[in-house]
Design a protein around this ligand. Structure first.
Ligand code: 0WD
Length: 254
């Protein structure tokens, strides 16, 4: 379709072809959006460049969200490339694998701080920069998980980070609403990606969702991508501050 024709979007967090960010990039591309990607470090650059080429997307550089200068550089590139921005998709999270198992209670201060910085504050830091380029309104989107709302086994400090991320979506929605910049999140069901493989017993969580979600299955990155296309399009222009579940209905279960 041409739902997103004329829209320019920055996609952050493609690690490989299993990434949710890649599912989103493909979907918004199918609907006519023009894209730019960032990558985190040289190892991922090798994966991201060919994927970007598949969609005719620009690569605007290395971006490590713990390094503000790299974020500044990326947004300067976007400004040079397009002179504006219509949407940004944030698919970035991190926690030390050793703390994605066992008890939340045993979280270290160092990993708590790092997890909240990369998984929550980074969306705010990106929004600060994106706001300056969204001259005609815009849409900002992040990814969250049900572990923000309820206890989930092994999700631990990441659940706390996602709860903070979801609260930040509401505060930023209020801050940016007067500029017609919308801020929303997709709460995705579990999907086997690189980041997910760090979570203890992840296969069991996938199986549990297959048995118990209303649709009796898990979701795909394509399905998350289609919802993302809606959220960054004008079809959703009346929505902001929303957390939309794309989880085969699991959130109604428990
Ligand atoms: O089940 C799942 N996979 C779910 C994921 C369910 C619900 C939500 N999510 C969320 C994740 O928490 C994350 O916010 O979706 C988002 C995307 O995650 P993903 O697609 O599952 O995972 P992956 O393909 O690994 O992409 C996450 C990427 C990193 O990959 P690795 O695996 O190398 O950490 O986040 C990026 C990085 O590319 N990232 C960073 N980017 C910039 N600076 C940083 C950083 N410091 N740290 C991680």
């Amino acid at each position: 379709s041409n739902l997103l024709a004329g829209k320019r979007g920055l996609v952050m967090g493609v690690a490989n072809n299993r990434s949710i960010a890649w599912g989103i990039a493909r979907a918004v591309h199918q609907h006519g959006a023009e894209l730019a990607f960032t990558y985190q470090g040289e190892a991922l650059e090798k994966r991201v460049r060919p994927l970007a080429a598949e969609l005719g997307a620009a690569v605007v550089g290395h971006c490590d969200v713990t390094d503000p200068a790299s974020m500044d550089a990326v947004f300067a590139e976007v400004d040079k490339l397009w002179g504006g921005l219509d949407f940004v998709v944030h698919c970035i999270a991190f926690s030390d694998k050793d703390e994605l198992t066992g008890r939340y209670l045993d979280t270290s201060e160092a990993n708590f701080t790092k997890s909240l910085l990369i998984s929550c504050y980074s969306f705010t830091a990106i929004a600060q920069r994106a706001e300056k380029l969204m001259h005609n309104g815009g849409s900002m989107l992040t990814l969250t998980y049900y572990g923000a709302e309820k206890w989930m086994p092994h999700y631990n400090v990441m659940g706390v980070a996602k709860a903070a991320l979801e609260a930040s979506v509401r505060y930023m929605a209020a801050d940016l609403g007067p500029k017609n910049i919308r801020v929303n999140a997709i709460s995705a069901g579990p999907i086997k990606t690189l980041a997910a493989s760090g979570i203890g017993d992840f296969r069991y969580i996938l199986r549990w969702n297959e048995y118990n979600a209303p649709l009796r299955r898990t979701v795909t990155t394509e399905e998350v991508g289609e919802t993302a296309a809606y959220l960054v399009s004008d079809m959703s222009r009346g929505m902001t501050g929303e957390i939309l579940h794309v989880d085969a209905g699991y959130h109604v279960v428990g």
